[in-house]
Design a protein around this ligand. Structure first.
Ligand code: URA
Length: 434
């Protein structure tokens, strides 16, 4: 078999066989097939797409490209959760301790930032000393002891995805349905959870901008999960404006802590309740969404979800005192207010632009080697539907560099649309697919 023929076949719009897919996944993982040939194939897939069968075979080949975690030593039904990526998406930071406090063992594999979107691991590293570099034994021990552990993708777990993820990030081939579905599901299958709850984002800050594409992605992933014998549920949620108010690593950690203190933003709380209730039902702790939501509200009210976050941070080497004193988290040297230059209703905030502004400030990586600034970012003061007067504060920019703050401010102001008429309020949760 030759890689050249596989590229040509896909370029011409033909369906690849299981053997051809396994050939390139294995060859790329073990270093026999170079980046440039796989880049060409990724671009051919981007334009020609993959059939359902090809997507399934690609997922399984990637899931089997390394070790699979055996989580049978963890007691109870293990539930995993994964987002397709968004702006201000700090969901795992608040949701996993909430669910763990309700008695669901959370054994989760998370990632770093991708494109204009942030990553859970980067955010968690705002706690000094925190690490996701756990051995499988530590990972299992932590879940059994405190009910929650998060690890990064190791070289041994779905290594094909690790390589392809980095390659797609720099070759403009992220936003393809089959490539996203196989990337996420290969990791989830290799990581061994019994049930998987997916948060599929749609809107200008998501990789799937159109709702119909998000729905197709959700259906595809649910089908892959079921075929692989895992209970899989997908929630389609809005990402047409940032989630909550905070965008940026430490700023998002602070907002997640506020949420666990019962003071979370409305959209973010709704998302945590929707995803959390499906996780509790999948894990056999509740029978209905209402019953599950009551349990989730209780663990916020009685402080046990916040305590769970502190235990989790400490178990992974972090300083848990920051959970109770979030003002100690990294802060910038300056804050700049972005003022409205018009009066009217905010009708739109171009969401990926807000993510890009955070990257400009230093909150994301420009190259694989870049070091990120955990303190920078944006805290929105107004969101879609709010009425503003000229001179009202739209957002606060947290920066450590004046030139970058200036560039982000100009770009962020352009991301806001202000009109005379109030925009229609659209549902935040678009659909639940199971
Ligand atoms: N998240 C992933 O893990 N992979 C993608 O391709 C996109 C989002």
């Amino acid at each position: 078999m030759r890689m050249y023929d596989i590229i040509m076949k896909k370029r011409n719009g033909e369906e690849l066989t299981k053997e051809e897919i396994r050939f390139f996944v294995e060859g790329y993982t073990n270093g026999e097939i170079p980046d440039y040939q796989v880049s060409a194939l990724m671009m051919a897939i981007y334009f020609q797409k993959m059939t359902e069968k090809e997507t399934y075979e690609l997922t399984m080949a990637m899931a089997e490209s390394g070790d699979r975690l055996d989580l049978s030593a963890i007691h109870g039904i293990k539930v995993d959760k994964h987002s397709t990526g968004g702006v201000g998406d700090k969901t795992s930071l608040a949701l996993t301790p909430m669910v763990a406090a309700c008695g669901i063992p959370v054994a989760k594999m998370s990632g770093r930032g991708l494109g204009h979107t942030g990553g859970t691991i980067d955010k968690l590293e705002s706690f000094p000393g925190f690490t996701t570099a756990l051995t499988t034994e530590q990972f299992i021990e932590n879940v059994n002891k405190i009910g929650i552990a998060i690890m990064g993708q190791t070289a041994d777990l779905a290594p094909a995805d690790k390589k392809l993820y980095a390659l797609r990030d720099v070759t403009a081939t992220v936003d393809n349905m089959s490539l996203i579905a196989s990337s996420i599901m290969s990791k989830k299958l290799a990581a061994g959870a019994d049930a998987i709850v997916l948060d599929v984002k749609t809107g200008s800050g998501a990789f799937m901008k159109k709702e119909e594409d998000a729905r197709a992605l959700a259906e595809e992933m649910v089908k892959i999960g079921k075929n692989a014998g895992r209970k899989t549920i997908a929630v389609i949620s809005d990402m047409d404006q940032p989630l909550g108010f905070a965008v940026g690593n430490a700023l998002e950690v602070k907002e997640a802590i506020e949420t666990l203190n019962g003071k979370g933003p409305e959209d973010f709380v709704e998302l945590c309740m929707t995803l959390g209730s499906r996780m509790l039902i999948a894990g056999g702790k509740a029978n209905t969404p209402e019953e599950a939501e009551e349990m989730l509200k209780n663990v916020i009210q009685d402080g046990s979800a916040l305590k769970k976050l502190a235990e989790f941070v400490e178990a992974q080497g972090g300083d848990e005192s920051f959970v109770y004193h979030p003002e100690r988290l990294p802060e910038t040297s300056s804050r700049r207010e972005l003022l409205s230059d018009k009066e009217g209703y905010i009708s739109r905030i171009v969401c990926d632009e807000v993510g890009i502004c955070s990257l400009i400030l230093g909150g994301g990586r420009e190259t694989k080697e870049s070091k990120i600034d955990l303190s920078v970012g944006i805290v929105l003061q107004k969101k879609v539907g709010d009425y503003v007067k000229k001179g009202d504060i739209l957002a606060v920019i947290h920066a450590n560099n004046e030139d970058k703050a200036e560039e982000a401010a100009c770009r962020l102001l352009k991301a806001y649309s202000i009109t005379d008429t109030k925009p229609e309020k659209l549902p935040f949760i678009k659909a639940i697919i199971q």
